[in-house]
Design a protein around this ligand. Structure first.
Ligand code: PGA
Length: 226
């Protein structure tokens, strides 16, 4: 059976207190769930809450992985405000690189993204790399690819799972069979259908990950059919 990934992307949301409270509520939800998680769950959070969440996840022995949503293209040194991959050692296991919102609003180019991937690899971070189609370049060494349908992100209306599967299949074929996830307005109604597609290995969710009970609903939606 293929491994299914469920990646939460909190984007620019949550204070330290809100993040703590999300995790504490989610750990209660998980305790109610009697069987081991049928998914690999990765929580991608802002830098500002990653240290506190890392500690809590360890303390509570939660079966989830921690990621961040960006990394500097520079190694370290005089780059005011940048968070380098080295600084993330021990804080995050995964990093999202190339999210369409960063390409669009922060003008991240393929060249910058390649440097980010190189830095992340040097520090042993696992890379979740996002593209909007199978024509965009994907640097060597990424671990998970995400097909993001930018037009539907945050719209509440996901792409048709079968058509998303075609794009994911093309990405998988061009990238040596690496896991490919779909992102764009996934919710508990559509979660299972996306994950059931032959070339889709999971989903990345923004809006539906912000409340712990709604995020748990995604797991339940998947598990109850699985
Ligand atoms: P959304 O975000 O679930 O809010 O559409 C998805 C994403 O950021 O990939």
């Amino acid at each position: 059976m293929k491994t299914i990934y469920l990646v939460a992307n909190w984007k620019s949301n949550k204070t330290v207190e809100e993040a703590r409270s999300w995790l504490s509520d989610f750990s209660c939800e998980l305790r109610e769930f009697k069987t081991p998680l049928p998914l690999t769950v990765i929580l991608s959070v802002p830098f500002t809450v990653s240290a506190v969440l890392q500690e809590e996840i360890k303390k509570l022995e939660m079966p989830i992985h921690l990621g961040v949503q960006n990394v500097s293209q520079f190694q370290s040194g005089a780059y005011t405000g940048e968070i380098s991959a080295q600084m993330l050692e021990g804080l995050a296991e995964y990093v999202i690189i190339g999210h369409s919102e960063r390409r669009k609003y922060l003008n991240e180019t393929d060249e910058m993204l390649l440097k980010k991937v190189e830095q992340a690899k040097l520090s042993g971070l696992k890379i979740i790399y996002c593209v909007e189609n199978d024509l965009m370049p994907i640097p060597d060494g990424v671990d998970i690819i995400v097909y993001e349908s930018f037009a539907v992100i945050g719209s509440g209306k996901p792409e048709d799972p079968a058509s998303a599967d075609l794009m994911c299949r093309a990405l998988k074929e061009k990238n040596g069979g690496k896991p490919v996830l779909y992102g764009g307005s996934v919710n508990k109604e559509t979660m299972k259908e996306f994950c059931d597609q032959p070339s889709i290995d999971g989903v990345i969710v923004g809006g539906a990950s912000l409340k712990p009970d709604q995020f748990m609903q995604l797991i339940l939606a998947f598990a109850s059919y699985g």
